[in-house]
Design a protein around this ligand. Structure first.
Ligand code: GDP
Ligand code: IMO
Ligand code: MG
Length: 428
Protein backbone atom coordinates (compact mmCIF):
# COMPACT_ATOMS: atom_id res chain seq x y z
CA UNK A 1 0.00 0.00 0.00
CA UNK A 2 1.48 3.31 -1.00
CA UNK A 3 -1.26 5.91 -0.59
CA UNK A 4 -3.17 5.95 2.66
CA UNK A 5 -5.97 8.30 3.74
CA UNK A 6 -6.35 9.16 7.44
CA UNK A 7 -9.99 10.03 7.94
CA UNK A 8 -11.86 11.21 11.03
CA UNK A 9 -14.88 8.93 11.36
CA UNK A 10 -16.92 10.84 13.93
CA UNK A 11 -17.22 14.58 14.67
CA UNK A 12 -13.51 15.40 14.65
CA UNK A 13 -10.77 15.22 17.30
CA UNK A 14 -10.45 11.45 16.95
CA UNK A 15 -6.67 11.57 17.21
CA UNK A 16 -5.87 12.04 13.52
CA UNK A 17 -2.81 14.10 14.35
CA UNK A 18 -1.34 11.39 16.56
CA UNK A 19 -1.97 8.64 13.99
CA UNK A 20 -0.70 10.74 11.06
CA UNK A 21 2.46 11.54 13.03
CA UNK A 22 2.92 7.85 13.83
CA UNK A 23 2.78 6.76 10.17
CA UNK A 24 4.70 9.79 8.91
CA UNK A 25 7.87 7.97 9.96
CA UNK A 26 7.24 5.66 7.00
CA UNK A 27 5.90 8.26 4.53
CA UNK A 28 7.65 10.37 1.91
CA UNK A 29 4.85 12.93 1.68
CA UNK A 30 2.02 14.00 4.02
CA UNK A 31 -0.86 16.03 2.58
CA UNK A 32 -3.58 18.12 4.23
CA UNK A 33 -6.34 18.24 1.62
CA UNK A 34 -9.24 20.26 3.07
CA UNK A 35 -10.25 22.62 5.87
CA UNK A 36 -7.95 25.20 7.39
CA UNK A 37 -6.99 26.24 10.88
CA UNK A 38 -10.32 25.12 12.26
CA UNK A 39 -8.38 21.86 12.73
CA UNK A 40 -6.28 21.27 15.82
CA UNK A 41 -4.15 18.14 15.67
CA UNK A 42 -2.14 17.18 18.74
CA UNK A 43 1.14 15.30 18.56
CA UNK A 44 3.07 14.01 21.57
CA UNK A 45 6.56 12.48 21.47
CA UNK A 46 9.74 12.52 23.60
CA UNK A 47 7.82 14.26 26.36
CA UNK A 48 6.92 17.19 24.06
CA UNK A 49 3.47 18.23 22.91
CA UNK A 50 2.72 20.11 19.68
CA UNK A 51 -0.52 21.24 18.07
CA UNK A 52 -0.74 21.90 14.35
CA UNK A 53 -3.67 23.58 12.66
CA UNK A 54 -2.80 24.14 9.02
CA UNK A 55 0.38 22.15 8.66
CA UNK A 56 0.35 18.40 8.11
CA UNK A 57 1.21 16.39 11.22
CA UNK A 58 4.10 14.85 9.25
CA UNK A 59 6.18 17.99 9.81
CA UNK A 60 7.88 16.46 12.88
CA UNK A 61 9.60 13.78 10.81
CA UNK A 62 12.78 14.85 9.04
CA UNK A 63 12.69 14.82 5.26
CA UNK A 64 8.92 14.28 4.87
CA UNK A 65 7.46 16.70 2.30
CA UNK A 66 4.37 18.45 3.69
CA UNK A 67 1.72 19.54 1.21
CA UNK A 68 -1.19 21.94 1.73
CA UNK A 69 -3.37 20.94 -1.22
CA UNK A 70 -5.86 22.83 -3.41
CA UNK A 71 -8.93 21.99 -1.32
CA UNK A 72 -7.64 23.92 1.70
CA UNK A 73 -8.50 27.41 2.92
CA UNK A 74 -5.28 28.97 4.21
CA UNK A 75 -4.85 32.00 6.41
CA UNK A 76 -1.42 33.49 5.58
CA UNK A 77 -1.11 34.98 9.08
CA UNK A 78 -2.08 31.63 10.65
CA UNK A 79 0.41 29.86 8.38
CA UNK A 80 3.32 32.08 9.40
CA UNK A 81 2.37 31.86 13.06
CA UNK A 82 2.79 28.08 12.84
CA UNK A 83 5.85 28.17 10.61
CA UNK A 84 7.64 30.66 12.89
CA UNK A 85 6.91 28.54 15.98
CA UNK A 86 8.26 25.44 14.24
CA UNK A 87 11.37 27.29 13.06
CA UNK A 88 11.99 28.30 16.68
CA UNK A 89 11.73 24.65 17.67
CA UNK A 90 14.46 23.92 15.09
CA UNK A 91 12.17 22.22 12.57
CA UNK A 92 13.01 22.53 8.88
CA UNK A 93 10.06 24.21 7.13
CA UNK A 94 11.55 24.29 3.63
CA UNK A 95 9.76 20.97 3.00
CA UNK A 96 6.35 22.68 2.90
CA UNK A 97 4.50 23.08 -0.39
CA UNK A 98 1.28 25.10 -0.80
CA UNK A 99 -1.03 24.62 -3.76
CA UNK A 100 -1.29 27.59 -6.12
CA UNK A 101 -5.03 26.83 -6.23
CA UNK A 102 -5.64 26.80 -2.46
CA UNK A 103 -8.00 29.50 -1.16
CA UNK A 104 -6.70 32.49 0.77
CA UNK A 105 -8.45 33.18 4.07
CA UNK A 106 -8.25 36.78 5.34
CA UNK A 107 -9.34 38.65 8.44
CA UNK A 108 -12.69 39.69 6.97
CA UNK A 109 -13.64 36.02 6.69
CA UNK A 110 -13.27 35.72 10.45
CA UNK A 111 -15.37 38.85 10.99
CA UNK A 112 -18.09 37.45 8.73
CA UNK A 113 -17.95 34.06 10.47
CA UNK A 114 -18.68 35.83 13.78
CA UNK A 115 -21.40 37.99 12.23
CA UNK A 116 -23.11 34.97 10.61
CA UNK A 117 -23.12 33.16 13.93
CA UNK A 118 -24.60 36.16 15.73
CA UNK A 119 -27.29 36.43 13.04
CA UNK A 120 -28.17 32.74 13.49
CA UNK A 121 -28.58 33.45 17.18
CA UNK A 122 -30.33 30.44 18.77
CA UNK A 123 -29.51 28.34 15.68
CA UNK A 124 -25.81 29.09 15.58
CA UNK A 125 -23.49 26.35 14.29
CA UNK A 126 -20.86 26.82 16.99
CA UNK A 127 -18.06 27.29 14.46
CA UNK A 128 -14.42 27.63 15.41
CA UNK A 129 -14.65 31.29 14.36
CA UNK A 130 -11.70 30.90 11.97
CA UNK A 131 -13.58 32.18 8.90
CA UNK A 132 -13.79 28.75 7.25
CA UNK A 133 -17.42 28.99 6.05
CA UNK A 134 -17.13 32.50 4.55
CA UNK A 135 -13.89 31.58 2.76
CA UNK A 136 -15.37 28.44 1.15
CA UNK A 137 -18.47 30.49 0.31
CA UNK A 138 -16.29 32.93 -1.66
CA UNK A 139 -14.71 30.00 -3.49
CA UNK A 140 -18.12 28.62 -4.49
CA UNK A 141 -19.31 32.13 -5.43
CA UNK A 142 -16.26 32.46 -7.71
CA UNK A 143 -15.07 35.63 -6.02
CA UNK A 144 -12.42 34.19 -3.68
CA UNK A 145 -8.69 34.82 -3.75
CA UNK A 146 -6.38 31.91 -4.42
CA UNK A 147 -2.69 31.56 -3.59
CA UNK A 148 -1.70 32.16 -7.24
CA UNK A 149 -3.49 35.54 -7.15
CA UNK A 150 -1.10 36.81 -4.47
CA UNK A 151 1.94 36.39 -6.69
CA UNK A 152 1.27 39.05 -9.31
CA UNK A 153 0.44 42.68 -8.46
CA UNK A 154 -1.89 43.21 -11.44
CA UNK A 155 -3.80 39.97 -10.91
CA UNK A 156 -4.08 40.67 -7.20
CA UNK A 157 -5.54 44.14 -7.83
CA UNK A 158 -8.19 42.70 -10.16
CA UNK A 159 -9.10 39.79 -7.86
CA UNK A 160 -9.18 41.89 -4.71
CA UNK A 161 -11.39 44.53 -6.35
CA UNK A 162 -13.78 41.79 -7.41
CA UNK A 163 -13.97 40.19 -3.98
CA UNK A 164 -14.14 43.40 -1.91
CA UNK A 165 -16.98 44.71 -4.04
CA UNK A 166 -19.08 41.91 -2.52
CA UNK A 167 -17.43 41.55 0.87
CA UNK A 168 -17.70 45.23 1.78
CA UNK A 169 -21.39 45.19 0.96
CA UNK A 170 -21.77 42.17 3.24
CA UNK A 171 -19.71 43.70 6.06
CA UNK A 172 -21.74 46.91 5.88
CA UNK A 173 -25.00 44.97 5.99
CA UNK A 174 -23.84 43.63 9.36
CA UNK A 175 -22.88 47.12 10.52
CA UNK A 176 -19.18 46.20 10.31
CA UNK A 177 -16.35 48.41 9.07
CA UNK A 178 -15.63 47.85 5.32
CA UNK A 179 -12.14 46.72 4.31
CA UNK A 180 -9.85 49.47 3.03
CA UNK A 181 -8.70 48.36 -0.42
CA UNK A 182 -5.21 49.88 -0.32
CA UNK A 183 -4.38 48.49 3.11
CA UNK A 184 -5.57 45.00 2.18
CA UNK A 185 -3.83 45.15 -1.21
CA UNK A 186 -0.48 45.98 0.43
CA UNK A 187 -0.98 43.27 3.04
CA UNK A 188 -1.75 40.68 0.37
CA UNK A 189 1.27 41.71 -1.74
CA UNK A 190 3.47 41.23 1.33
CA UNK A 191 1.94 37.82 1.96
CA UNK A 192 2.52 36.92 -1.69
CA UNK A 193 6.25 37.74 -1.43
CA UNK A 194 6.64 35.71 1.76
CA UNK A 195 4.56 32.78 0.52
CA UNK A 196 6.17 32.57 -2.94
CA UNK A 197 8.87 30.02 -2.01
CA UNK A 198 6.17 27.62 -0.81
CA UNK A 199 3.60 28.00 -3.62
CA UNK A 200 3.62 25.49 -6.44
CA UNK A 201 1.34 23.26 -8.54
CA UNK A 202 0.90 20.51 -5.93
CA UNK A 203 -1.25 18.38 -8.26
CA UNK A 204 1.74 18.01 -10.62
CA UNK A 205 4.05 17.39 -7.64
CA UNK A 206 1.78 14.68 -6.21
CA UNK A 207 1.28 12.96 -9.53
CA UNK A 208 5.06 12.78 -9.98
CA UNK A 209 5.40 11.32 -6.49
CA UNK A 210 2.73 8.75 -7.32
CA UNK A 211 4.65 7.81 -10.50
CA UNK A 212 7.84 7.43 -8.45
CA UNK A 213 6.05 5.08 -6.05
CA UNK A 214 6.38 7.38 -3.02
CA UNK A 215 4.47 6.61 0.14
CA UNK A 216 1.86 9.32 0.67
CA UNK A 217 -0.40 9.98 3.65
CA UNK A 218 -3.49 12.13 3.19
CA UNK A 219 -4.40 13.66 6.53
CA UNK A 220 -8.05 14.59 6.88
CA UNK A 221 -9.18 17.32 9.22
CA UNK A 222 -12.57 17.27 11.02
CA UNK A 223 -14.60 14.07 10.65
CA UNK A 224 -17.17 12.35 8.44
CA UNK A 225 -20.14 13.65 10.47
CA UNK A 226 -18.93 17.20 9.86
CA UNK A 227 -18.81 16.64 6.08
CA UNK A 228 -20.67 19.38 4.19
CA UNK A 229 -22.47 16.79 2.07
CA UNK A 230 -22.73 13.67 4.25
CA UNK A 231 -22.67 15.11 7.76
CA UNK A 232 -25.33 16.48 10.10
CA UNK A 233 -26.15 19.47 7.88
CA UNK A 234 -26.27 22.38 8.64
CA UNK A 235 -24.19 21.59 11.76
CA UNK A 236 -21.15 20.75 9.67
CA UNK A 237 -17.99 22.36 8.36
CA UNK A 238 -17.77 23.69 4.79
CA UNK A 239 -15.58 21.01 3.21
CA UNK A 240 -15.57 17.24 2.91
CA UNK A 241 -13.15 15.46 5.23
CA UNK A 242 -13.95 12.09 3.64
CA UNK A 243 -11.66 9.93 1.52
CA UNK A 244 -13.87 10.58 -1.50
CA UNK A 245 -12.79 14.22 -1.38
CA UNK A 246 -9.07 13.45 -1.59
CA UNK A 247 -8.76 13.10 -5.39
CA UNK A 248 -10.67 16.31 -6.12
CA UNK A 249 -9.01 18.30 -3.36
CA UNK A 250 -5.51 17.19 -4.37
CA UNK A 251 -5.81 16.96 -8.14
CA UNK A 252 -5.05 13.24 -8.37
CA UNK A 253 -7.08 10.38 -9.93
CA UNK A 254 -9.49 8.42 -7.68
CA UNK A 255 -7.63 5.17 -8.35
CA UNK A 256 -4.53 6.53 -6.60
CA UNK A 257 -5.99 5.84 -3.15
CA UNK A 258 -4.94 2.41 -1.83
CA UNK A 259 -6.21 2.33 1.73
CA UNK A 260 -8.58 4.31 3.96
CA UNK A 261 -7.81 4.31 7.68
CA UNK A 262 -10.84 5.47 9.66
CA UNK A 263 -9.86 7.08 12.96
CA UNK A 264 -12.45 6.59 15.70
CA UNK A 265 -12.41 7.24 19.41
CA UNK A 266 -13.44 4.35 21.65
CA UNK A 267 -16.33 6.65 22.58
CA UNK A 268 -17.62 9.79 20.82
CA UNK A 269 -17.08 13.54 21.21
CA UNK A 270 -18.43 16.61 19.48
CA UNK A 271 -17.65 20.35 19.72
CA UNK A 272 -20.18 22.90 18.56
CA UNK A 273 -23.92 22.51 18.15
CA UNK A 274 -25.95 19.81 16.41
CA UNK A 275 -27.50 16.41 17.03
CA UNK A 276 -25.60 13.76 19.02
CA UNK A 277 -27.84 10.78 19.85
CA UNK A 278 -25.47 9.03 22.28
CA UNK A 279 -24.56 12.19 24.21
CA UNK A 280 -24.02 11.78 27.95
CA UNK A 281 -24.56 14.40 30.62
CA UNK A 282 -23.75 14.77 34.30
CA UNK A 283 -20.96 13.42 36.47
CA UNK A 284 -20.02 10.47 34.24
CA UNK A 285 -19.66 12.66 31.13
CA UNK A 286 -17.58 15.11 33.18
CA UNK A 287 -15.35 12.30 34.38
CA UNK A 288 -14.66 11.02 30.84
CA UNK A 289 -14.07 14.61 29.67
CA UNK A 290 -11.41 15.12 32.32
CA UNK A 291 -9.81 11.74 31.77
CA UNK A 292 -9.63 12.23 28.02
CA UNK A 293 -8.67 15.92 28.37
CA UNK A 294 -11.61 16.60 26.08
CA UNK A 295 -11.22 20.33 25.50
CA UNK A 296 -10.89 21.82 22.00
CA UNK A 297 -7.33 22.28 20.72
CA UNK A 298 -8.35 25.41 18.80
CA UNK A 299 -11.14 26.99 20.86
CA UNK A 300 -10.59 25.29 24.27
CA UNK A 301 -14.32 24.57 24.40
CA UNK A 302 -15.32 21.53 26.51
CA UNK A 303 -16.16 18.70 24.12
CA UNK A 304 -19.53 17.00 24.38
CA UNK A 305 -19.16 13.33 25.33
CA UNK A 306 -21.11 10.21 24.36
CA UNK A 307 -20.96 6.45 23.85
CA UNK A 308 -19.53 4.89 20.71
CA UNK A 309 -22.08 4.93 17.90
CA UNK A 310 -21.71 2.07 15.41
CA UNK A 311 -24.27 3.64 13.04
CA UNK A 312 -21.92 6.58 12.59
CA UNK A 313 -18.93 4.33 11.93
CA UNK A 314 -20.95 2.36 9.40
CA UNK A 315 -22.15 5.58 7.71
CA UNK A 316 -18.54 6.68 7.37
CA UNK A 317 -17.31 3.25 6.25
CA UNK A 318 -20.04 2.91 3.63
CA UNK A 319 -19.32 6.25 1.99
CA UNK A 320 -15.54 6.35 2.42
CA UNK A 321 -14.73 2.69 1.91
CA UNK A 322 -12.89 2.38 5.23
CA UNK A 323 -10.39 -0.51 5.05
CA UNK A 324 -9.38 -0.50 8.71
CA UNK A 325 -10.04 1.35 11.95
CA UNK A 326 -7.61 3.10 14.23
CA UNK A 327 -9.36 2.98 17.58
CA UNK A 328 -8.02 5.73 19.80
CA UNK A 329 -8.34 6.78 23.46
CA UNK A 330 -9.15 3.21 24.50
CA UNK A 331 -7.34 3.90 27.79
CA UNK A 332 -9.96 6.52 28.72
CA UNK A 333 -12.56 3.75 29.12
CA UNK A 334 -10.45 1.89 31.70
CA UNK A 335 -12.36 1.64 34.96
CA UNK A 336 -15.79 2.11 33.38
CA UNK A 337 -17.88 -0.71 34.77
CA UNK A 338 -20.40 -1.12 31.93
CA UNK A 339 -19.69 0.21 28.45
CA UNK A 340 -22.52 0.94 26.02
CA UNK A 341 -22.30 0.70 22.24
CA UNK A 342 -25.10 2.19 20.17
CA UNK A 343 -26.12 -0.38 17.54
CA UNK A 344 -29.27 1.24 16.18
CA UNK A 345 -31.85 3.93 16.81
CA UNK A 346 -35.47 3.74 17.76
CA UNK A 347 -37.60 6.04 15.62
CA UNK A 348 -41.37 5.94 15.96
CA UNK A 349 -41.20 2.35 17.22
CA UNK A 350 -38.96 1.14 14.38
CA UNK A 351 -35.25 0.26 14.48
CA UNK A 352 -33.09 2.33 12.15
CA UNK A 353 -29.36 1.91 11.51
CA UNK A 354 -28.70 4.65 8.95
CA UNK A 355 -28.23 8.41 9.40
CA UNK A 356 -31.24 10.40 8.16
CA UNK A 357 -30.91 13.46 5.94
CA UNK A 358 -32.99 15.73 8.10
CA UNK A 359 -32.00 17.18 11.40
CA UNK A 360 -35.52 17.02 12.78
CA UNK A 361 -35.63 13.28 12.24
CA UNK A 362 -32.14 12.67 13.66
CA UNK A 363 -32.95 14.69 16.76
CA UNK A 364 -35.88 12.36 17.43
CA UNK A 365 -33.75 9.19 17.19
CA UNK A 366 -33.27 7.34 20.48
CA UNK A 367 -30.15 5.17 20.77
CA UNK A 368 -30.43 1.41 21.16
CA UNK A 369 -27.52 0.08 23.19
CA UNK A 370 -25.78 -3.17 23.84
CA UNK A 371 -23.81 -3.24 27.09
CA UNK A 372 -20.39 -4.76 27.55
CA UNK A 373 -18.39 -5.40 30.70
CA UNK A 374 -15.51 -3.02 31.22
CA UNK A 375 -11.96 -3.61 32.48
CA UNK A 376 -10.02 -2.19 35.40
CA UNK A 377 -6.35 -2.87 34.61
CA UNK A 378 -4.29 0.07 33.33
CA UNK A 379 -3.70 -0.47 29.61
CA UNK A 380 -1.61 2.58 28.85
CA UNK A 381 1.57 0.52 28.43
CA UNK A 382 0.27 -2.52 26.55
CA UNK A 383 2.21 -3.41 23.43
CA UNK A 384 -0.02 -6.07 21.89
CA UNK A 385 -3.64 -7.16 21.54
CA UNK A 386 -2.92 -10.18 23.74
CA UNK A 387 -1.78 -7.94 26.63
CA UNK A 388 -5.16 -6.22 26.75
CA UNK A 389 -7.59 -7.40 29.45
CA UNK A 390 -10.06 -9.93 28.02
CA UNK A 391 -12.97 -7.45 28.19
CA UNK A 392 -11.01 -4.83 26.23
CA UNK A 393 -10.23 -7.51 23.62
CA UNK A 394 -13.94 -8.31 23.46
CA UNK A 395 -14.76 -4.62 22.97
CA UNK A 396 -12.43 -4.40 19.97
CA UNK A 397 -13.71 -7.67 18.51
CA UNK A 398 -17.30 -6.47 18.89
CA UNK A 399 -16.54 -3.27 16.98
CA UNK A 400 -14.98 -5.29 14.17
CA UNK A 401 -18.01 -7.56 14.03
CA UNK A 402 -20.56 -4.75 14.09
CA UNK A 403 -18.80 -2.76 11.36
CA UNK A 404 -17.39 -5.62 9.35
CA UNK A 405 -14.12 -3.67 9.17
CA UNK A 406 -10.93 -4.87 10.89
CA UNK A 407 -9.16 -2.85 13.56
CA UNK A 408 -5.77 -1.97 12.07
CA UNK A 409 -4.45 -0.42 15.26
CA UNK A 410 -5.45 0.86 18.65
CA UNK A 411 -4.10 3.66 20.78
CA UNK A 412 -3.73 3.66 24.57
CA UNK A 413 -2.32 7.12 25.24
CA UNK A 414 -1.38 10.38 23.52
CA UNK A 415 2.29 9.48 23.01
CA UNK A 416 3.58 8.24 19.66
CA UNK A 417 4.81 5.10 21.44
CA UNK A 418 1.38 4.27 22.91
CA UNK A 419 0.21 2.78 19.63
CA UNK A 420 -0.38 -0.91 18.94
CA UNK A 421 -0.38 -1.97 15.30
CA UNK A 422 -2.38 -5.04 14.28
CA UNK A 423 -2.20 -4.55 10.49
CA UNK A 424 0.06 -1.86 9.05
CA UNK A 425 -1.70 -0.07 6.15
CA UNK A 426 1.64 0.67 4.50
CA UNK A 427 2.89 -2.92 4.80
CA UNK A 428 -0.27 -4.89 3.89
P1 GDP B 1 -7.38 15.34 15.99
O1 GDP B 1 -8.00 16.67 15.74
O2 GDP B 1 -8.16 14.23 15.38
O3 GDP B 1 -5.93 15.29 15.61
O4 GDP B 1 -7.45 15.10 17.57
P2 GDP B 1 -7.07 16.20 18.71
O5 GDP B 1 -5.59 16.30 18.76
O6 GDP B 1 -7.85 17.43 18.54
O7 GDP B 1 -7.67 15.47 19.99
C1 GDP B 1 -7.25 14.20 20.38
C2 GDP B 1 -6.67 14.30 21.80
O8 GDP B 1 -6.50 13.01 22.33
C3 GDP B 1 -5.30 14.95 21.85
O9 GDP B 1 -5.16 15.63 23.05
C4 GDP B 1 -4.35 13.76 21.79
O10 GDP B 1 -3.08 14.03 22.37
C5 GDP B 1 -5.12 12.77 22.60
N1 GDP B 1 -4.92 11.35 22.25
C6 GDP B 1 -4.76 10.78 21.05
N2 GDP B 1 -4.77 9.44 21.15
C7 GDP B 1 -4.94 9.17 22.47
C8 GDP B 1 -5.07 7.97 23.20
O11 GDP B 1 -5.05 6.87 22.69
N3 GDP B 1 -5.29 8.09 24.56
C9 GDP B 1 -5.36 9.30 25.18
N4 GDP B 1 -5.57 9.32 26.50
N5 GDP B 1 -5.25 10.44 24.51
C10 GDP B 1 -5.05 10.38 23.17
P1 IMO C 1 -10.09 18.52 13.86
O1 IMO C 1 -9.36 18.44 12.55
C1 IMO C 1 -13.84 19.11 15.91
C2 IMO C 1 -16.68 21.90 14.07
C3 IMO C 1 -16.98 23.18 14.83
C4 IMO C 1 -18.42 23.42 14.39
C5 IMO C 1 -18.40 22.97 12.93
C6 IMO C 1 -18.21 24.11 11.94
O2 IMO C 1 -9.25 19.00 14.97
O3 IMO C 1 -10.79 17.23 14.13
P2 IMO C 1 -16.12 25.57 11.20
O4 IMO C 1 -15.23 26.48 11.99
O5 IMO C 1 -15.38 24.47 10.52
O6 IMO C 1 -17.03 26.31 10.27
O7 IMO C 1 -17.09 24.89 12.31
O8 IMO C 1 -17.33 22.07 12.82
N1 IMO C 1 -15.25 21.66 13.80
C7 IMO C 1 -14.51 20.75 14.45
N2 IMO C 1 -14.82 19.94 15.49
N3 IMO C 1 -12.64 19.04 15.33
C8 IMO C 1 -12.32 19.82 14.28
O9 IMO C 1 -11.17 19.68 13.60
C9 IMO C 1 -13.26 20.76 13.82
N4 IMO C 1 -13.27 21.68 12.84
C10 IMO C 1 -14.49 22.21 12.84
O10 IMO C 1 -16.87 23.00 16.23
O11 IMO C 1 -19.27 22.55 15.08
MG1 MG D 1 -8.66 18.34 16.82
Amino acid sequence: MKRVVIEGSQWGDEGKGKITDYFSGKADVVVRFQGGNNAGHTIVFDGKKFAVRLLPSGIFHKGVVCVLASGMVISPSGFFEEVDALKKAGIDVSRIKISDRASVLLDYHKLLDGANERALSGNKIGTTGRGIGPCYTDKASRIGLRMCDLLDAKTLRKCLERTLQFKNRELKSYGLEPVDFDTMYKECLKYGKKLKPYITDTSVFLQNEIKKGSKILFEGAQGAMLCLTHGTYPYVTCSSPMSVSVPLSCGIPPRSIDYVLGIAKAYTTRVGEGPFPTELFGAFADELRERGHEYGTVTKRPRRIGWLDINILNHCARISGVDGWALTLLDVLTGVDKINICVGYNYKGKTVTTIPATLEEYQAYKPIYITMDGWKKDISNVKSFEELPKNAQKYLKKIEKLTNVPIALFSVGPDREQTVILHDPFED
